[in-house]
Design a protein around this ligand. Structure first.
Ligand code: SAM
Length: 300
């Protein structure tokens, strides 16, 4: 017997939509995840969803055209990216309201994850239009799963800023949460970022996940200092990268650890920021760390 739409979600067949689509008045926005390197990772539901879309909104039509060609799909493409989103959004919403099924893809992976789409979803929801998703690959989730680091609680920090001061600030802000941290980074900046992570967080366990799902997929799982030593020796790697950093160690940091971290942090931060960062990274009481930061600053 074919499952009906009223059955629980677990009973849906692969490729089956959660609700009827395409008829007038039943337009929808469908977020479609696509592979992050290996075309074989496209899901059966993604193929069906793209085939049944009236139009596909995409970041770069050349990239999406290649994916569609590989999957044997021909569909009109509409560019939707940071530079035209303001102008395109009302047009896409109007088409959905008129009954069109609009699929949104990014160049790779899950739309909205450091990719365009959030404001489109927000506007569709505000307009009462149906929004659904055909989920699939995402680099930060794959990197977390392969990192061997705690995956029960994590913070995804997106792309780290290019400049060191802003980068250290972003790391310090993320470090307020005592959980596993995930960042995107480009290959040429990997070493600088690892050094800033060490300076702000201390020598935590980490992983560098590179070229996931591709021919040269690699995950290096070491301490931050060991990763720095490795990349300082071999040079910048090639390809796409996710950095995963484990949470602070369970045991309380010793006074010696706090001093080492404070000295590193004071090299680039104010006493207040250095104390807040080291307190967050070690779990040591803020007032004690601040008092010690003042002493070390005076010793300089
Ligand atoms: N939305 C995408 C996702 O869900 O995976 C992420 C898009 S973001 C613009 C691109 C960044 O994701 C890259 O610079 C890299 O840091 C990371 N990334 C994407 N594909 C990757 C891969 N195959 N291996 C490692 N990192 C990847």
């Amino acid at each position: 017997m074919k499952p009906s739409h009223s059955q629980p979600r677990s009973k849906r067949e692969p490729g089956q939509d959660p609700r009827p689509q395409g008829a007038p008045g039943t337009g929808s926005l469908v977020l479609v995840a696509t592979p992050i390197g290996n075309l074989g990772d496209i899901t059966a539901r993604a193929v069906e969803g793209l085939k049944s879309a009236d139009v596909i909104a995409c970041e770069d039509s050349r990239v999406t055209a290649k994916l569609l060609a590989a999957a044997g799909i021909e569909k009109p493409l509409l560019p939707y990216h940071d530079h035209n989103a303001e102008a395109m959004r009302p047009k896409l919403l109007a088409r959905i309201a008129a009954g069109a099924r609009v699929a949104l893809v990014s160049d790779a992976g899950t739309p909205l994850i450091s990719d365009p789409g959030y404001k489109l979803v927000q506007a569709a929801v505000a307009a009462g239009l149906p929004v659904t998703m055909l989920p699939g690959p995402s680099a930060p989730i794959m990197a977390l799963a392969l990192s061997g680091l705690p995956s029960d609680r994590f913070l995804f920090g997106g792309f780290l800023p290019a400049k060191s001061k802003a980068r250290r600030d972003a790391i310090a802000e993320a470090a307020r949460a005592p959980v596993t941290l995930i960042f995107f980074e480009s290959a040429p900046r990997l070493l600088d970022s690892l050094q800033d992570l060490l300076a702000v967080l201390g020598d935590r366990k980490a992983a560098v996940a590179r070229e996931l799902t591709k021919l040269f997929e690699e995950v290096r799982r070491e301490s931050l200092s060991a990763l720095i030593a490795h990349y300082a020796q071999v040079g910048a790697p090639k390809g796409e990268i996710v950095i995963v950093v484990g949470p602070p160690a369970e045991e309380r940091a010793s006074a010696e650890d706090v001093d080492t971290l404070l000295r590193r942090a004071l090299a680039s931060m104010s006493v207040k920021d250095a104390a807040a960062t080291v307190a967050a990274a070690t779990g040591a009481p803020k007032r004690t760390v601040y008092a010690r930061a003042l002493e070390l600053q005076e010793e300089k």
